[in-house]
Each structure stands twice: as C-alpha cells, then as structure tokens.
Design a protein around this ligand. Structure first.
Ligand SMILES: N[C@@H](CCC(=O)N[C@@H](CS)C(=O)NCC(=O)O)C(=O)O
Length: 207
C-alpha cells in the first residue's frame, strides 16, 4: 500500500503528480493545513516539521516533496522519467530539481507568505504580511525565472524533447508561482506551464 499525506494544491502535488505519471496505485490522506492537522502529535510522528507531503509505502516512510519524486521515479526505471545515473543529462536533472528546492520554492513561498497566506494558518513566529519582504521574493523569483526561461528557449522540457521528473519538480513551482502573478512577465514559462498542464497525469492532480 502506498499512502500520500497531502493538502492540494501545495507541494504534496509534486508527489501526487509523480504517482500519477508512473501509474502507481495509491491512497491519499488529506492533512488540512487550515485546520492545523499538520500539528497533531500523530502527524508529527510521520513528518516532524508538520508539513506536507509525506509518503508511506510497505517499505519506508519518507518526506520532502522532491525527494519523493526522485525516489518514485528511480523505483520505476521502465517509465524513463529520469536519465541514467552518471550521464550528462543526469547532471541537468539534478541541477533543476535542486534549483527548485533551493532557489525557486523559497522565493515563491516568501511572496505567498508575505502577501496571500491566511494569517490564522501561519505559524506563531513571523506571521505577518510584509510588502518589503514580498518584494524581495518577487525580485529573487524574477532572477531565477529568467534563468529557467533561457534554458527553455530552445526546448519543450528542461532536459530537451523528453519530459522528465525535473519537469514535475520545476513545473509544480511554475504552477504555484502563477497564483501570486509571478509568471506574468515570463511568457516562456507560461507556455511551459500550459504544456505541462495538458498532460493527463497533471490534469488529474491540478484540476
Ligand atoms: N521542503 C518541503 C516543504 C514542505 C512544506 O513546507 N509544505 C507546506 C505546504 S507547500 C506545508 O505543509 N506547510 C504547513 C505549515 O507550514 O504549517 C517539501 O518540499 O516537501
């Protein structure tokens, strides 16, 4: 049995999208972040920071949305969603997945937290909207979005003609960035996002 702890459309959608692309049978348990279900003792025993997603399988329990995507893809090599380990393409695959984790998500979350996030759902520390910090997030995102736009100038997907897990990871960032208008000045990323949203698997996740 594979169980995803989720709260759509948050970063749990990355894991769900990978499950759908790979055709893995799974069940989902909703952890309602607005109701504080992430902070119950039982959920904290699954994900100690009280964030989604987490994934439980017959063999392991893990968290971190991007790590879950990478693990699921590695478990299903016949689906060819990742280049061969050690290949030049694999270098780019790692690069873009970690670029999303370290560069895109923090900027997107800064803008969301400091402009849109419902305050009652925020954690006690720093739970304030703040236009200056939101502006920093917008600047940070724009610099990074330019880099991805340039990378996509001559290709449909981050690694070339072939869709991969890197597109799930970065594609989710692009989809979430749309919510706060962060893609407005990036037509290449809008086209990329729309291309990804045409995939049946992503439609099952983001509809
Ligand atoms: N690095 C983690 C971040 C997970 C994360 O922060 N998830 C957010 C939703 S996107 C969450 O659960 N927040 C709940 C909270 O902060 O109370 C991952 O990618 O899985």
């Amino acid at each position: 049995m594979t169980l995803l702890y989720e709260f759509p459309p948050t970063r749990s959608n990355r894991a769900k999208w990978a499950l759908e692309e790979l055709g893995i049978d799974f069940e989902a348990e909703n952890i309602d972040l607005m109701q504080g279900e992430q902070n119950t003792e039982s959920y904290r025993s699954i994900q100690p920071l009280g964030v989604v997603p987490a994934l439980k399988t017959n063999d392991y329990l893990m968290y971190e949305s991007i790590a879950i995507v990478l693990q699921l893809i590695d478990e299903n090599p016949e689906k060819a969603l990742a280049p061969k380990p050690g290949s030049p393409e694999r270098a780019l695959y790692y690069q873009w997945c970690l670029f999303a984790a370290g560069e895109l998500d923090p900027a997107i979350m800064l803008v969301f937290d400091k402009t849109m996030r419902p305050l009652e759902a925020m954690r006690p520390t720093g739970a304030q909207h703040d236009p200056n910090l939101a502006e920093k997030g917008r600047r940070d995102f724009a610099e990074r979005a330019t880099i991805i736009s340039d990378a996509l100038a001559d290709r449909d997907y981050l690694l070339g003609d072939q869709f991969s897990g890197a597109d799930i990871v970065v594609g989710h960032s692009c989809i979430m960035a749309t919510v706060t208008g962060l893609l407005d000045d990036f037509p290449t990323l809008q086209t990329y996002r729309d291309r990804l949203k045409q995939r049946p698997a992503s439609q099952r996740v983001y509809s």
